[in-house]
Design a protein around this ligand. Structure first.
Ligand code: AQP
Length: 346
């Protein structure tokens, strides 16, 4: 992007991010997203977090499971330390401005932009003709999620970088086409040791809640024995751990376990290797399992506690949706006015 494309308006710093209620939460979602969302809450900046249920239905979701998973995700946010008094927490479908702005963006974004998205190619696979139109337009709705709040910072995992770049392209094209400085050019925030947590069975694949193999991931609802067993069985190589990060370069599975240890213990990778370098996996894996259980068990029992009171979760989400709409509505109506739609309430 050239200097001339950069908006000159100073936008109020605001954080937005979301997670799909498309299955149980994984350690990848926790370290790559949720834990960092909570860290942002401690800074002096408005934070808005969402359960993106409209994104989830771009692939088939059983209705009863979607309802349960949405509440479970909300419970996960709360159990991880998200405070609904400090952050806005809601589900996407309850703030219709997301879908309304997405339609405008569908008319700004180009087919070629969407076709280049690696998530579209991965998820649609070989049978693109049979994928939903929603899956193809997913990044346009994601741009609307972010820009309907004029969000300036979006903490995400590495896999979402391309979608944020597309959000920037949509904002730049909208601003350019209509001769305005209305949408911010949002910054992706991809930081920390665990921006890409990999599958425990295959170090070249992302840990994902929709992976058919449950052994590939740690779920936030797994009990201590299951966590320890999955780590014990995680794929590794026969070498002991190196003492420096460079020694992990060609060892994706070893690197993944060290990254997870670093993120959970809030240390740098070098610091971890200074402690565990030279150890065989038979010693390191139990250390990692103990750490994972110590960090995740309190979250999983808090989640279970929240899940016993779905009415409380629903009330938090209703309140969040109201607060979110108060920000989104004027931004949507100003967009309509810019586009030339008659009757916009600004
Ligand atoms: N393995 C991961 N490592 C680091 N970050 C991750 N995230 C997801 N997996 C990892 C981050 O979590 C946030 C929410 O992701 P999402 O649920 O909206 O979609 P996703 O990235 O497609 O996650 P999954 O688990 O792979 O879901 P499915 O299987 O339904 O597609 C994002 O910030 C993401 O980067």
């Amino acid at each position: 992007m050239s200097e001339a494309d950069q908006p000159t308006t100073a936008f109020t710093p605001r954080v937005f991010s979301g997670i799909q209620p498309s299955g149980g939460l994984t350690l990848g979602n926790y370290l790559g997203a949720m834990k960092r969302f909570v860290d942002w809450q401690a800074r002096d900046i408005e934070t808005i977090y969402c359960m993106v249920d409209m994104h989830a239905i771009t692939v088939w979701q059983d209705p009863a499971a979607l309802t349960r998973q949405t509440r479970e995700l909300a419970a996960g946010y709360l159990a991880s330390g998200l405070d609904p008094a400090r952050s806005i927490l809601f589900n996407q479908s309850q703030v219709p401005e997301h879908a309304q702005l997405a339609w405008v963006f569908n008319c700004v974004a180009r087919m070629g932009w969407m076709q280049r998205m690696t998530q579209w190619k991965d998820k649609a696979g070989k049978n693109q003709q049979n994928a939903s139109l929603g899956l193809f337009a997913y990044p346009s709705l994601m741009a609307a999620d972010i820009l309907v709040y004029h969000a300036t910072h979006v903490p995400v995992g590495e896999d979402q970088k391309q979608h944020i770049e597309l959000t920037r392209d949509i904002a730049i094209k909208f601003n350019h086409d209509y001769g305005v400085d209305f949408f911010p050019v949002t910054e992706p925030v991809i930081e920390g040791a665990a921006t890409r947590v990999m599958s425990l069975r295959d170090g070249s694949k992302k840990m994902s809640k929709s992976d058919p193999s449950d052994a590939s991931r740690i779920n936030l609802t797994d009990d201590a024995d299951t966590i320890a067993q999955k780590i014990r069985k995680a794929k590794t190589d026969p070498e002991p751990l190196p003492s420096e990060a460079a020694g992990l370069a060609e060892r994706p599975e070893a690197r993944n376990l060290v990254n997870i240890f670093a993120a959970l213990s809030e240390q740098g990778v070098e610091q971890v290797l200074a402690e565990v370098g030279g150890k065989p996996f038979s010693e390191f894996k139990p250390m990692l399992a103990d750490l994972a259980v110590a960090k995740l068990s309190p979250i999983s029992s808090e989640m279970a506690r929240y899940m016993q009171d779905p009415a409380q979760i629903d009330a938090i989400l209703r309140d969040g949706a109201e607060r979110a709409r108060a920000i989104a509505e004027p931004i949507l109506h100003r967009t309509y006015e810019i586009v030339g739609m008659v009757g916009a309430r600004v």
